[in-house]
Design a protein around this ligand. Structure first.
Ligand code: FES
Length: 57
């Protein structure tokens, strides 16, 4: 969960993720909604099976 601008850790907020360093914002699909970041977040396949969450990295 790092910003694609300068790799600062992101924080969760209502409906998205934000970077405190320069103000980039991302939606919950990882798309940029506020620059300076221009690249979307990296996505990993997730499978939920009962109480098990499997993330393929
Ligand atoms: S490091 Fe996140 S906006 Fe620059």
């Amino acid at each position: 969960m790092k910003c694609t601008h300068r790799a600062n850790p992101l924080n969760a907020s209502d409906g998205g993720l934000y970077c405190t360093l320069h103000g980039s914002r991302f939606d919950l699909d990882g798309n940029v909604v506020a620059e300076p970041a221009t690249q979307p977040l990296k996505k990993y396949p997730v499978v939920v099976n009962n109480s098990l969450i499997q993330i393929s990295i």
